[in-house]
Design a protein around this ligand. Structure first.
Ligand code: NAP
Length: 455
């Protein structure tokens, strides 16, 4: 894939970049290695000061960074501004808490004193997706840099300006050159980077295919990985739920980021008793959404990030229809305008053998299921190869407990939509990946957990 910013609203190529040569990649690796040898000696207070500076820079220039994202991948401008603010939040969170999360932990043994010490690993390679161009990177970088590691970013090829902006923010914040570098390279360079002995571990957020490819090379190299892959999150609505709130949250949970979020609610599983009322609300609310130019603050849904995303999504919808699904709303790309626009779409009557039943639909398409009871809701919720998040709507405490206990996912949110929060771990089970980002668990992924025993 060429490395270029192409505005998904107009199809206009904004800027193209020449991928780094092998010699340039080697020089960046040398820089990273050199930077690590001194950066690892810095203390938490110093790293925290730099990270707090980064938070300030992000907040001061949030409009500018938001516009870069909106122009490169089409997210509505207000969401883009909120994303920049969230990046500042994660910087401040780890600046404040890293010292406590990575403090020595005393453990009583037969030694005079024994304890666990957390030490950085070295160069960590981050392979990142375009859907949250700043957030995905900062949620890796903030804990990794606070832990004393250095980062190499291979961002998605369609968001190079976001990738360069992140490196510039961290440099301006005071992090020494080489501590965080962007590599403008295609996916074909990831294997060699991972095989370089100086790269100690890798994290990838993206598709299953990319995750498998990276993990297989990393396993051969015996290097640790964290994988944040796809999701097909269930959104279960039971009869005791606040229906109006559930329906309006369902719309946000499905449509956030033009429907292109790993933790978007994708399968709406609704108890029969309230299914007609919920469906009516969902249709009304989907119809009221404004699809259009994502730079306009009143727009709810912008274009999909690339023409390929549009083609792939529409193929999945068409195939689902051939396999027996019914279209309640939408279902055809918007051909009255330039850009990669797909309308809010609802599929229902979903046969278990259809694409909409078990594939991830990465766009503004909801799959709607009707179930007789909670047993069936949990069965369908778990009948997927993914296990990222789940949202359950019920005011019955026993039902809440059962959902928390029985749903196979990295997160269960009761009466709320699934979201990431710097304070809570984030990650999946099954084919949604492994390892955790954010919170205490996230900062402990890329460290040497060293056992120390002294007599
Ligand atoms: P993608 O094609 O896998 O791309 C993600 C990143 O991986 C890009 O930097 C891409 O580089 C690179 N890549 C692609 N193939 C690779 C390979 N074989 N080896 C190494 N790197 C490779 O993913 P996408 O379609 O852009 O993103 C959407 C997917 O990401 C969805 O499935 C979504 O659910 C998932 N996602 C998951 C999370 C989470 O936290 N669990 C968060 C966001 C998104 P190029 O751009 O150069 O191809």
């Amino acid at each position: 894939m060429a490395i270029a910013s192409i505005n998904p609203t107009t199809g206009e190529t904004l800027k193209t970049f020449t991928p780094l040569t092998d010699a340039e990649i080697a020089a960046k690796l040398d820089n990273a290695e050199r930077a690590f040898s001194t950066y690892r000696q810095t203390n938490f207070a110093q790293r925290g000061e730099w990270l707090n500076n980064a938070a300030k820079i992000l907040e001061t220039n949030k409009q500018q960074y938001a516009e870069i994202m909106t122009l490169e991948m089409g997210k509505p401008i207000n969401s883009a501004i909120a994303e920049v603010e969230k990046c500042a939040l994660v910087c401040r969170y780890y600046a404040e808490h890293a010292a406590q999360f990575l403090a020595d932990v005393a453990i009583a043994t037969d030694a005079s004193h024994s304890y666990v010490r957390y030490q950085p690993l070295g160069i960590i390679l981050a392979v990142m997706p375009w859907n949250f161009p700043l957030w995905q990177v900062f949620r890796f970088a903030a804990p990794a840099l606070m832990a004393g590691n250095v980062g190499l970013l291979k961002h998605a090829s369609n968001v190079p300006q976001s990738a360069l902006a992140i490196e510039a923010v961290l440099l301006e914040a005071g992090f020494p050159p080489g501590v965080f570098q962007t590599l403008l390279v295609g996916a074909d360079r990831v294997a060699n980077l991972l095989k370089d002995p100086r790269v100690k571990a890798a994290t990838l957020t993206g598709s299953e295919a990319a995750g498998q490819s990276l993990a297989s090379i990393a396993s051969h190299e015996l290097k640790k990985t964290v994988l944040e892959l796809g999701g097909s999150d269930p959104f279960i609505v039971l009869k005791s739920a606040d229906l109006e709130l559930a329906a309006s949250t369902a719309v946000t949970a499905r449509m956030l980021n033009n429907g292109q979020s790993c933790i978007a609610a994708k399968r709406f599983i609704v108890e029969e008793a309230i299914a007609d009322a919920f469906t009516e609300l969902l249709v009304q609310k989907f119809q009221a959404l404004k699809v259009g130019d994502p730079l306009l603050p009143e727009t709810n849904i912008g274009p999909l990030a690339t023409p390929q995303m549009l083609t792939d999504l529409h193929k999945q919808v068409q195939l689902s229809i051939q396999q027996g699904c019914k279209v309640l709303l939408g279902g055809e790309p918007l051909s009255d305008r330039a850009g990669n626009f797909y309308p809010p779409t609802i599929l229902t009557n979903i046969p278990p053998t259809s694409v909409a039943y078990d594939e991830e639909l990465f766009g503004p398409v909801a799959a709607l299921f009707r179930v007789p009871n909670l047993d069936m809701a949990i069965k369908i919720a778990n009948d997927t190869s993914f296990g990222l998040g789940a949202s359950v709507w019920t005011n019955d405490l026993q039902e809440q407990e059962r959902a928390i206990a029985e749903i196979e996912a990295g997160a269960v949110f009761v009466n709320g939509m699934v979201k990431s929060d710097p304070r809570m771990p984030f990650g999946g089970v099954k084919r949604s990946g492994y390892g955790r980002e954010l919170g205490l668990h996230g900062i402990q992924e890329f460290v040497n957990i060293k056992t120390v025993w002294v007599k």
